[in-house]
Design a protein around this ligand. Structure first.
Ligand code: 13P
Length: 246
């Protein structure tokens, strides 16, 4: 089954509209290549989204790093799926472990966010992953996190990103063999929910992906791309990761 490959940059709380030079050099690199099988998505902070969308070519898509579950109302400081859609945003990260940890986002809350994003045609990059303490019960943790997904979804509107929390920003990753087998088991878990459609859902790996390990990770049969944090902030490193996805 051919699935869409994605290389997604999560800038986290880094970058401004002035980061247009970073976007432009990535854009230039993609245009120079004759063939690029992976779709490139950049998720800057909210404040940079509008400006960067306006100044970039269509080959790069943009995503937000979070969304509120309501479309409008008295929710000071929040941004809705409706607003993102009107800005030209196509993707949204939901359930990143940093938000689960620091904003205490619950399984139920994430489920509401996913539904809201889908209702405004945003493609959801849904993050799941276990902490170091949870490694032994990884399977049940991931299964539980996946319950935030609606009973029906497709490879067109949901992307799953497996990001072991202990691998984020640490330089550590599971072994190559482990990554592939975890991805296989995630696919089995979602096939219990959506049946054959599960074979069309892209499952990305995230957590210390860099220019040195990306080739091994991205060539795995069950890995359909990467969600990249730190290494996405340097054009040279990120472009190398893009190149290793082909
Ligand atoms: P690092 O690539 O910096 O480990 O971050 C991964 C991540 O959290 C992407 O969402």
């Amino acid at each position: 089954m051919k699935r869409t490959n994605y290389i997604i940059a999560n800038w986290k709380m880094n970058g401004t509209e002035k980061s247009v030079s970073l976007v432009k050099s990535i854009q230039k690199h993609i245009l120079k290549k004759r063939k690029n099988s992976a779709k490139i998505v950049i998720c800057p902070p909210f404040t940079a989204l509008g400006g960067l969308i306006q100044k970039s070519k269509k080959i790069i898509k943009f995503g937000a790093q979070d969304v509120h579950h309501e479309h409008a109302g008295a929710f000071t400081g929040s941004i809705s799926a409706l607003m993102l859609n009107q800005l030209g945003v196509k993707f949204v990260i939901i359930g990143h472990s940093e938000r689960r940890q620091y904003q205490k986002e619950s399984i139920k809350e994430l489920s509401k966010k996913i539904n809201s994003a889908l209702s405004k045609n945003l493609k959801v990059i849904f993050c799941i992953g276990e902490t170091l303490d949870e490694i032994k019960k990884r399977s049940s943790i991931l299964k539980k996190q996946l319950t935030s997904l609606p009973s029906k979804f497709t490879g067109n509107n949901i992307i799953i990103a497996y990001e072991p929390v202990w691998a984020i920003g640490t330089g550590k990753t599971p072994t190559i063999k482990e990554i592939n087998s975890i991805h296989k088991s995630i696919r089995r878990m979602i096939s219990n929910k959506i049946g054959k459609e599960a074979s069309k859902v892209s499952i990305l790996y995230g957590g210390s992906v860099n220019q040195n390990n990306s080739e091994d990770i991205l060539n795995l049969s069950d890995v359909d791309g990467a969600l990249v944090g730190g290494a996405s902030l340097k054009s040279k490193d990120f472009c190398k990761i893009i190149d290793s996805s082909n």
